[in-house]
Design a protein around this ligand. Structure first.
Ligand SMILES: [Zn+2]
Length: 478
């Protein structure tokens, strides 16, 4: 036997450990992560049912590749995996225990044995609302672990018999897999597995739900009739990956679906936080949406979509928005609107509003002046974001003066003044001249904690020039 073929000490130790089932199972609790996967691989390939079941239940990683494991063993053995998974998810009911974040039902080709904790999280390409706005969700949202269920629109479950057996509830089996999922994110729900969510998940347990949809809105139309069961849902995010406009191909489809989907919001009796990003159907339907709200919302985030002037008026009239803590209308073009309705809304929420984001709204000097009297009354504000709006030095200075009483502010983001641009391009010299003047203006009024002035996003490198304590230029201007 050549030295190359000799097993390593670690491999010998693994084999010895696996020969003693009771010892192997009892050792799992103290097993370092780096030994876990090789041991699991060995137990899995040797079809050691009880050890595999115990190892799944003790899974120390954030990612669990359900479908990939399903592909690599027969159904009988896979039941051991499912039993372990069931035990693992039961632990997940206890908010501070367990590491599981992602249950991946996609049949993607990857080496399951190279999973490292935390490295699979970026697989979903869509940037989600919660990821972008991690500051906003309420404390209980942050305290609890979140399980992301990933399915893929383009990879279909083939619905073989053993797979339907894997979801025992679908066939009325008593030992149904119960996923007690408090916080759930569904990315591009595959219609073929839709029934799985209905049968397997306990919808009434879900507190936070984020759905990413494409232009067919399949996930929304499938799930919205089930809103009525989601009695504990307090945070709902709807993200569309096609943010530009409604697809003409689906025009008649939308006409039928818009009223139906919006009406389902009336079932969400516990809703406190609503995020809608890139949702084109809001245009002209804001009144309908707001009429279907049942609660006073804490968060109202309608971003990256187009609205009609009347939609803005509906916001100011809505009783359910008068106790808002977080208002985000970033990416909603307001440049052609009278902002008096927004001023009325700000006045209504002046005693409660904590964060205000109006990034990329194209607001001009005259419009900002309309907002200022209301803004100065929002004394609980901790964060404002006015990046990518069109303000002059004078009006920006006026804005800063109107924040004199906002002593709770911890983060302030303002656009660089118009004077920093020459023929539409950033002038470094002017940027470095005007931003410190504005900074000094504010420092003469109060001591800001974190404040920045930034140019629009550069069309070439997608970065901004930012002035905080010092100047940070975009990549092209460095
Ligand atoms: Zn650049």
């Amino acid at each position: 036997m050549s030295i190359r073929t000799l097993p390593t000490l670690e491999k010998l130790a693994r084999k010895a450990l696996l020969r003693d089932e009771a010892l192997a199972i009892s050792a799992l609790e103290d097993l370092p992560k780096r030994f876990f996967l090789p041991l699991f691989q060995e137990a899995f390939s040797c079809r050691l049912r009880r050890i595999v079941r115990a190892m799944v239940a003790a899974w120390p990683f954030s990612y669990f590749p359900v479908a990939v494991l399903m592909d690599t063993c027969n159904w009988d053995f896979f039941r051991a995996v499912i039993e372990g998974l069931r035990a693992l998810l039961r632990q997940h009911d206890h908010p501070m225990r367990g590491n599981l974040r992602i249950l991946d039902f996609r049949r993607v080709h990857r080496d399951v044995w190279t999973i490292e904790a935390g490295t699979e999280d970026g697989d979903c390409s869509a940037e989600t609302v919660s990821e972008k706005q991690a500051v906003k969700p309420p404390p209980r949202y942050e305290q609890r672990h979140r399980v992301k269920v990933i399915t893929d629109l383009y990879s279909r479950f083939t619905q073989e018999e053993e797979e339907t057996d894997f979801l025992p509830g679908a066939h009325g089996r008593a030992d149904s897999l119960q996923i007690h999922c408090l916080n759930m994110e569904i990315v591009l729900l595959n219609l073929d597995n839709f029934w799985m969510f209905q049968e397997v998940l306990q919808l009434e347990k879900i507190e936070v739900l984020e759905i990413t949809i494409d232009q067919t809105w399949r996930a929304l139309t499938c799930l919205s009739p089930d809103f009525v069961q989601m009695r504990n849902l307090h945070t709902f995010s709807l993200v569309c990956i096609y943010k530009t406009r409604l697809c003409p191909v689906f025009k008649s489809h939308y006409k039928r679906l818009i009223p139906m989907c919006i009406s389902q919001f009336s079932s969400l009796n516990g809703l406190l936080n609503l995020y809608m990003d890139g949702i084109c159907f809001l245009r002209g339907h804001m009144r309908h949406l707001l009429r279907n709200l049942k609660n006073h919302l804490e968060t109202f985030s309608v971003t990256h979509c187009k609205l009609f002037r009347l939609d803005l008026c509906r916001l100011s009239e809505c009783q359910h928005l008068c106790q808002l803590k977080h208002l985000d209308m970033s990416g909603v073009l307001l440049s052609n609107f009278c902002l008096m309705p927004l001023r009325v809304l700000l006045q209504k929420v002046a005693d409660t509003l904590e964060t205000l984001e109006l990034e990329g709204c194209g607001i001009k000097d005259s419009q900002l002046s309309v907002l200022l009297p209301a803004l100065s009354q929002c004394s609980k504000l901790t964060k404002v974001n006015f990046y990518t709006n069109d303000f002059s030095m004078n009006v920006l200075s006026d804005l800063l003066h109107h924040t004199a009483n906002l002593s709770n502010m911890v983060m302030e983001q303002y656009p660089a003044p118009q004077e920093c641009y020459e023929l539409g391009l950033v002038s470094i010299e002017r940027f470095e001249q005007f931003c410190p003047v504005l900074m000094d203006t504010l420092r003469a009024i109060r001591q800001p904690k974190s404040i920045s002035f930034a140019t629009d996003v550069c069309s070439r490198c997608s970065k901004r020039c930012v002035y905080e304590q010092e100047t940070r230029l975009c990549s092209c201007l460095q």
